[in-house]
Design a protein. Structure first.
Lengths: 338, 322, 293
């Protein structure tokens, strides 16, 4: 059974059921023949997302944290309808996000990407970038598009004249505002944000975080906020989900998880973040996790964290721990939770 | 003892729209064994400062003025052949992306041997022993066997360790680290930060730690230099600066961190965007974004020193903290 | 960046520093203009049989004909003024080259971009056919097709397009596969926009730089290919002599010392093709090292 199902009564809008996403390396024709003939050509598959189930509640911000390669961006793209899942499905109000042919069937979920230099088409004016989706989906007529674009530009703190310009005429922070306006102009209920401030200058990050907070208050948006920055996620999220090598290992209300993590990985991750040290007497401000992140091509059997876990026992090396509820709306995938 | 003395360093880039003053009058000292954090946003000139110290500025960039003295020896204007003798031997560099240092077609051992030979010819066995020694020093398990591996056989974190090991080979007096952990995951970053601190302590190697992340710098460096638009705007012991910043920009950066806000509430934000170096305002470059700006800010403030702190501001904050 | 000038202005700024390329561009533009205004500037209409005087046939350059004007490049076997014939021939050659290149561009770029967009079986099918075709020499394919389809402008252009679209498809596929993985395409997918709009409005415009390079080279190739086919008698009918046919017509007189009938059309062809290639080379050099993000 999916763990997401157990939150059914809680007014959930997005349900992710047993979603997996595998990427197989593309083999050339010759390699396929060679593989058939038994040559040791590697046909290894990356399990970017490995049987993940959870739900997002209406109006909440769910933070999704994890290190690079843990599958958080892929999971975000499956939910946003960009990548079809290899197994399982993401749904919004019980309607699947993608049809069987792998095409997105809803406009209620929109996405904001990490790199505003790559996520805006360099050859298209801002106005068209924002209005093409709403026009294509009849949210606004071509005649009213200009005023519509101006409204959304104003909402994200840009002047209406920006519509006439091209992306290269803007700074990184301004481009990210444009990307947010594009997503909002589709009038979504859910916004998937993939590291939306990671490529911005430090002094600009706070501006964009504040913009998200404001939009959430004003529009009642539900958000999936993906980030590797634990400080930012803590600030913006109501609940957080921690991912490790394709699986969610812990899920719960943000403050509760930060205060008392139940999965050894969450604990280690929180400890390894450099704290902001201002007290002259304080010594080393973090404790590193032992060992390397295993390759997602060959994750260990059982619990994926067992190689680095100080508490690992024989059972952890053979049996995958399910994401079990712990009470207080918390869930953890560990045989021996803290 | 002063190891490195930088005075009024100016590195400009010639462009079609005029000279881009990437580094514009930077001065600081580094004592032997000291770790100094050099913090700034993109375009602040922090990396160009690091490259200028090593003379690694290619046209259209040029060091047009100032002096860089290593143990009293002037490096600016030194012929390339002599600079090569300094690089790697007395000063080495670690980059954000270790593949900038590592040659993909050579084994780690071969590359380390080449780095050693460039400065001093010894026996093959001695060089191998030295290579194993530094690899173990940076925490690479089974170092002797790993010498025969190619860079792609290492993970990202391990590759950065190898790059650091190569930087250590000739026991340099100074290592310039340009965002060495930015591309790494937090758990790996924590390991490397710990190693680097131990290195500086045990070997007495001085470091310039270039980063945009105040929290990372605060956990390794003892002194902090903050750059904005090509100039140093604040300097002082790390924890003093972070506890009681005197420049409004430093104060704004610190205050904007989520750690200093109530979750869910608005963060303190610095308005505006990072300035274009082509189009700097007259006087203090931070003035258009500064909440304390007054008429006098149209004149460039000097870097005012006071005991171990310095600030480039006409109206410095008196440091009760944020 | 902050540079106020448009990408095109910067491109031209760099282009004009290469004198050879600028010279070649001037030549191309001049030839184009001459071809366009051929009916106005040529001394004779070479297609109007009434103006031809058979006694003036095969006269050397500089001969003053019975109509009272000088044949600066001599006359051909029918007494046609060779200069006029070359001007009209250029007109036809360029017309066919540009049309064939243009159609091949649209067809090939569309196929390549859709192959990259959809991936999987569609991509495999399209690109296999393209690869198969690229493994034949274009001239061979064009020869077979020209022989099958018969004479005339339409069949000739069809043969040239079939022989050449594969180059565009291959280039567009490579460029589009790169664009396909960029975040702005993912953004279009998450909106979602229709595949047609994503390909034509977003992916293809961003693939233009490499395609323009291929296009310049392929227009030159089309012209050369057309000349070859016409030379072999598989191109245009005799009533519309292109440069290739002029060369073929004079070929039999080469050994008897009447070199001009073949040589001058040949020179015109070479100058045109070399000039187009020089311009194309410079565009390629400028686009290659700094692929704009």
């Amino acid at each position: 059974m999916s763990e997401g199902g157990s939150f059914k009564d809680m007014n959930q809008i997005i349900t992710v059921e047993n979603v997996s996403k595998r990427f197989s390396p593309r083999l050339s024709f010759g390699e396929k023949i060679a593989a058939r003939l038994g040559s040791p050509i590697e046909t290894r598959t990356v399990h970017a997302v490995d049987g993940v189930s959870f739900a997002i509640r209406k109006g909440e911000v769910l933070g999704l944290v994890g290190e690079s390669g843990c599958g958080k961006s892929t999971l975000g793209r499956v939910i946003a309808g960009i990548h079809p899942p290899s197994a399982g499905a993401a749904s919004i109000d019980s309607a699947p996000v993608m049809n069987a042919a792998g095409r997105k069937t809803t406009t209620r979920i929109q996405m904001v990407f990490q790199d505003p230099f790559a996520s805006l088409d360099p050859r298209i004016r801002i106005g068209e970038t924002i209005s093409e989706g709403p026009i294509a989906h009849n949210l606004v007529s071509s005649a009213e598009a200009k005023a519509y674009v101006a409204r959304w530009l104003t909402a994200v703190g840009l002047p209406a004249e920006a519509a006439e310009r091209f992306p290269h005429q803007f700074s990184g922070g301004q481009r990210q505002r444009v990307a947010i306006a594009r997503a909002l102009a589709m009038q979504p209920d859910v916004l998937v944000c993939d590291e939306p401030v990671a490529s911005l200058d430090v002094s600009i990050q706070a501006q964009i975080i504040n913009l998200f907070l404001k939009l959430r208050r004003e529009l009642g948006l539900t958000m999936l906020f993906i980030s590797h920055d634990l400080g930012i996620v803590r600030h913006i999220s109501d609940r957080i989900a921690v991912m490790y090598l394709g699986r969610i290992v812990e899920l719960g209300p943000t403050e509760a998880v930060y205060a008392a993590p139940q999965h050894p990985y969450t604990r280690a991750l929180l400890d390894s973040v450099p704290k902001f040290v201002t007290d002259a007497d304080e010594l080393v401000s973090f404790k590193p996790i032992e060992g390397e992140l295993p390759s997602p091509l060959s994750p260990p059997k059982g619990c994926h964290f067992n190689l680095r876990c100080p508490k690992a026992e024989a059972r952890c090396r053979s049996e995958r721990p399910p994401l079990d509820e712990q009470g207080g709306e918390r869930a953890v995938a560990c045989h021996f939770p803290l | 003892m002063t190891l490195l003395q930088v005075r009024d360093l100016q590195t400009h880039f010639a462009t079609r729209s005029g000279a881009l003053k990437a580094v514009d009058g930077v001065s600081f000292d580094i004592a032997a064994g000291e770790i100094v954090g050099l913090v700034g946003e993109s375009g602040s000139g922090k990396s160009v400062t690091g490259f200028s110290i090593l003379g690694l500025i290619d046209p259209p960039g040029r060091i047009i003025g100032g002096s860089v003295k290593l143990e009293g020896r002037e490096l600016v204007g030194l012929p390339n052949a002599e600079l090569r003798g300094v690089r790697g031997r007395q000063i080495s560099m670690v980059f954000q992306d270790p593949s900038a240092t590592l040659n993909p077609v050579l084994t780690i051992g071969r590359q380390m041997q080449l780095a050693l030979e460039a400065h001093e010819k010894t026996s093959e066995a001695a060089m191998r022993a030295r290579a194993v020694e530094v690899l173990e020093r940076v925490g690479i398990p089974d170092a002797a066997r790993r010498l025969d591996a190619h860079p792609h056989q290492f993970s990202g974190g391990m590759r950065q360790r190898v790059a650091i090991a190569i930087a250590l080979l000739n026991s340099p007096a100074l290592i310039i680290c340009d965002e060495p952990t930015t591309a790494l995951d937090v758990s790996i970053q924590a390991q490397i930060l710990t190693e680097m601190k131990a290195l500086a302590r045990d070997l007495g190697t001085a470091m310039i730690w270039i980063s945009h992340d105040l929290a990372t710098v605060s956990s390794v460096a003892s002194r902090l230099l903050v750059m904005y638009a090509g100039r140093i705007i604040e300097e002082g012991p790390v924890r003093d600066v972070l506890r009681a910043p005197r420049h409004p920009y430093t104060a704004g950066l610190i205050a904007s961190l989520p750690a200093h806000a109530v979750p869910g509430r608005d963060l303190v934000q610095i308005p505006g965007s990072t300035p274009s170096l082509f189009d700097l305002p007259p006087g203090c470059a931070f003035q258009p974004r500064c909440t304390y700006a007054q008429a006098g800010c149209g004149v460039m403030p000097n870097l005012l020193r006071e005991e171990n702190r310095a600030v480039r501001c006409h109206f410095p904050l008196n440091g009760s903290g944020s | 960046m902050i540079d106020p000038s448009s990408p095109l202005a910067r491109f031209w700024d760099e282009f004009r520093h290469n004198r050879i390329a600028v010279g070649a561009l001037v030549v191309v533009v001049l030839i184009m203009l001459i071809a366009l205004f051929a009916p106005l500037i040529s001394p004779q209409n070479p297609y109007d049989l009434a103006t031809l005087v058979l006694t003036d046939a095969r006269r050397p350059p500089g001969f003053v004909g019975s109509k009272g004007f000088t044949h600066w490049l001599g006359t051909d076997a029918q007494g046609r003024d060779l200069l006029s014939a070359i001007l009209y021939g250029l007109r036809i050659s360029i017309q066919i080259g540009v049309m064939a290149g243009g159609i091949a561009f649209c067809l090939g770029a569309t196929l390549g971009a859709f192959a990259a967009y959809f991936g999987g079986k569609i991509e495999a099918l399209i690109m296999r056919i393209v690869d198969l075709q690229l493994s034949f020499p274009a001239i061979l394919l064009a020869l077979v097709l020209a022989a099958l389809l018969g004479q005339g402008k339409g069949p000739l252009i069809a043969a040239l397009v079939t022989a050449q679209y594969a180059y565009f498809a291959r280039t567009a596929h490579g460029a589009a596969a790169t664009e396909r993985s960029k975040e702005y395409v993912e953004a279009a997918l998450s909106t979602p926009l229709s595949p047609r709009r994503v390909v034509f409005r977003h992916i293809l415009p961003n693939c233009l730089p490499p395609l323009i390079v291929v296009a310049t080279v392929q227009v030159a190739n089309s012209i050369a290919l057309e000349a070859t086919l016409s030379f072999l008698g598989l191109g245009l009918p005799v009533s519309e002599p292109s440069l290739g046919m002029l060369i073929a017509n004079g070929f039999q007189y080469m050994l008897s010392g009447r070199y001009w009938i073949s040589i001058y059309p040949g020179v015109a062809l070479i100058v045109l093709i070399v000039a187009i290639n020089l311009v194309g080379d410079q565009i390629r050099d400028q686009l290659n090292p700094r692929l704009r993000r």
